[in-house]
Ligand binder design. Structure first.
Ligand SMILES: [Cu+2]
Length: 127
């Protein structure tokens, strides 16, 4: 009898715990939904260039006027400088330094280079 009572209590406890988990899960859904727009914003702000081993990585396409974040994983400082005109020119310190610049508002293809290391080239496409 005592054993059965204990088992019933255990089942009750389990049911309560499950109920608690379920309600906790559903209440956790609301903050999840609230953070969804933030995640979308992260995607929109994903215009970034990571410099590593004296290379800019894959060509980047951004929207006109987008903010581009540059991260420099090299020890040496680099720049992201438009080849023509003064479309953009960002200096980035080494060792994980970051900088941002505003992409041109005119659609087109903008080759760029590093003023410190002229052999470094990249391409930014605005459209
Ligand atoms: Cu450089």
């Amino acid at each position: 009898m005592k054993a059965m009572r204990a088992r019933a209590a255990a089942v009750l406890m389990a049911a309560l715990l499950l109920g608690g988990c379920a309600s906790g899960g559903s209440s956790g859904t609301s903050p999840g939904n609230a953070s969804a727009p933030g995640a979308a914003g992260d995607t929109a702000a994903a215009a970034s260039i990571t410099i590593k081993d004296f290379a800019y990585g894959a060509p980047l396409t951004v929207a006109p006027g987008a903010t581009v974040t540059v991260t420099n994983m090299d020890a040496a400082a680099h720049t992201v400088t438009a080849d023509k005109g003064q479309a953009f020119d960002a200096k980035v310190a080494g060792h994980g330094g970051t900088a941002t610049f505003t992409a041109p508002s005119t659609p087109g293809t903008y080759p760029y280079h590093c003023t410190y290391h002229p052999e470094m080239h990249g391409t930014l496409t605005v459209k």
